[in-house]
Write a protein that binds this ligand. Structure first.
Ligand code: MCA
Ligand code: AMP
Length: 501
């Protein structure tokens, strides 16, 4: 039976004793052992009544078992819904309800919090790799008859926040994931000889569909670290040939004197994405190591769209060329027409990488995904004179902190609801470590003084820690234009130095 995602990423490695994962403690997990555990999990999940097309919501610390669950979902035709480990129970409730997930796999500590809020079935898996999922899987055979699926079947939902504050489930098919991973493997020349230093989380496109899927297609090995830690990266760099990261990884490594040219001389490739890599970082990296970082650009809805070349010039401050099977055009937001070459407009992309729409949100889908297949990214950019795409800003109100997207509206809704707050505006300000960080600006109701501790407590209750403003300010009034719209550009200017880059 055919299941392209499982067949092309996983089944091809059946019986292989080659190490797929190398862990922090030195333990190696072969492809064969990894696939056996995945098959047991697929057997267990289907024995609980799950059928192809059901959503499996997952909030797990990074571990080999958590990754095996990804393979299990592919083999059983289940739709994977990975969720950031920082999300609070309040945030998770929305994702579980909206996606109508059949089961939620999480840390045991989260179970009481979630089941008190909604009647979802749960399975557990802790950071050490123990839990009901593992116990159930242990009762199953190490082979599982792969469930038939086609390339057009959905493989994953990835939730992405929106400018209205409500997250949208981006529906990705097997083909969306496979076509992009195949393109990237070839474009970046990955082979079975590659060893990738993997320190990204596995609940986002970057760590899961770019890093992991490329390595599976190439048949390489991953040094699989629980999270980014500069000491571990430096210790393990000699084992690796390649690394992928967000710009914060690179600035943190450059801040460490042990990160030297000698340490990385053997490396083949360093790739950056998810947030803009400053040209200064690019140049400092080359001066220190002799390597030019390869920057690429993508989105949850589209996987990767553009990349600097493997051979040829990797231009600092650009995200390179449209990938071979991706069309990129730059349009005027007012009328959707292409702007003359070199002018700034909104980036639109089309290709087999582009998602199918937002789950149960046809109006939102219609606003962003054109009938002709072009997706309106909301990123502002231009083609430079050599045909490289340069991203110059964002048409959407978005902050990217350490590679995590934060939508101001979501925070403004929480701030506005607090006693004493008349209104608020949330902006991003340059931050030396995270690139950008969050500033919350509030106006008090007349005669009231805002209790900042109560505000922080309310934020902790509702929102993941990485979204919390690192600077809160109370002002007399928000700057507005003649239409009454808050002029965030003026606020950004006012608070530009608050994290003093
Ligand atoms: C952690 N914290 C953060 C962030 N991460 N705050 C703001 N922004 C962040 N990104 C908070 C924690 O809650 C904690 O707060 C404090 O910072 C330190 O936490 P710690 O765990 O030590 O932080 P860290 O491990 O050093 O994490 C920083 C990090 C991590 C390594 C930059 O955030 C990371 O791995 N980011 C990668 C994100 C990623 O994969 N993005 C790809 C999205 P407190 O101490 O106050 O409690 S996919 C995508 O964007 C598209 C498709 C693409 O193109 O790839
Ligand atoms: P997400 O929706 O979480 O997948 O984040 C996608 C957004 O990250 C894009 O729309 C861009 O704004 C931003 N992004 C990703 N890669 C880059 C990059 N290399 N340079 C600038 N922005 C980027």
């Amino acid at each position: 039976m055919s299941n392209p995602l499982y067949d092309r990423l996983f089944a091809r490695h059946a019986g292989s004793s080659k190490p797929f994962l190398i862990l922090l403690d030195g333990r190696e997990i072969s492809y064969a052992a990894f696939l056996a555990q995945a098959a047991q999990m697929a057997g267990y999940l289907t024995s609980t009544g799950l059928v192809a097309g059901d959503r499996v919501a997952v909030q797990l610390e990074k571990s080999p078992e958590a990754l095996a669950l990804v393979a299990a979902c592919a083999q059983a035709g289940l739709i994977l819904l990975p969720l950031n480990t920082a999300y609070t129970a309040e945030e998770l409730t929305y994702f579980l309800e909206n996606s109508e997930a059949r089961v939620f796999v999480c840390d045991p500590a989260m179970v009481p919090e979630i089941t008190a809020r909604l009647p979802v079935a749960t399975e557990t898996l802790d950071a050490a790799g123990a839990g009901s999922l593992i116990d159930g899987a242990a009762t199953q055979p190490e082979v599982f008859e792969t469930v038939a699926r086609s390339e057009d079947d959905l493989a994953a939902f990835l939730y992405t926040s929106g400018t209205t504050g409500r997250s949208k489930g981006a529906m990705l098919t097997q083909k969306n994931l496979l076509s992009n991973a195949e393109t990237l493997t070839e474009y970046w020349r990955f082979t079975e000889d590659d060893v990738l230093l993997h320190a990204l989380p596995i609940f986002h496109t970057h760590g899961l569909f770019v890093a992991t899927n490329v390595m599976l297609l190439a048949g390489g090995t991953m040094v699989f670290l629980p999270k980014f830690d500069a000491d571990q990266m430096i210790d393990l760099m000699p084992k690796a040939t390649t690394m992928m990261g967000v710009p914060t990884f690179y600035t943190r490594l450059l801040d460490d004197a042990r990160f030297t040219r000698d340490l990385v001389q053997h490396m083949r490739l360093f790739i950056s994405g998810s947030a803009p890599l400053l040209a200064d970082t690019h140049e400092a990296f080359e001066a220190r190591t002799g390597h030019r970082i390869l920057e690429r650009y993508g989105m949850t809805e589209t996987n990767m769209n553009t990349s600097n070349p493997y051979e040829g010039e990797r231009r600092a401050g650009t995200v390179g060329f449209p990938l071979p099977d991706v069309e990129v055009k730059i349009t005027n937001p007012a009328d959707g027409r292409e702007v003359p070459k070199g002018e700034i407009g909104v980036l639109e992309v089309r290709g087999s990488n582009v998602f199918q729409g937002y789950w149960k949100m046809p109006e939102k889908t219609a606003e962003e995904l054109r009938q002709d297949g072009f997706f309106i990214t909301g990123d502002l950019g231009r083609f430079d004179e050599y045909g490289y795409v340069q991203i110059v800003g964002r048409g959407k109100d978005l902050i990217i902190s350490g590679g995590y997207n934060i939508y101001p509206k979501e925070i403004e809704l929480v701030l506005d609801a607090q006693p004493g707050v008349l209104e608020s505006a949330v902006i991003g300000a340059p931050h030396p470590d995270f690139g950008e960080s969050v500033v919350g600006v509030m106006v008090a109701e007349p005669g009231v003084s805002i209790d900042l501790d109560a505000i922080k407590a309310a934020l902790s209750e509702s929102l993941a820690r990485f979204k919390h403003p690192r600077h809160l300010a109370v002002v007399d009034g928000l700057p507005r234009n003649t239409m009454g719209k808050v002029q965030k550009n003026l606020l950004r200017e006012e608070f530009r130095a608050v994290f003093s880059v």
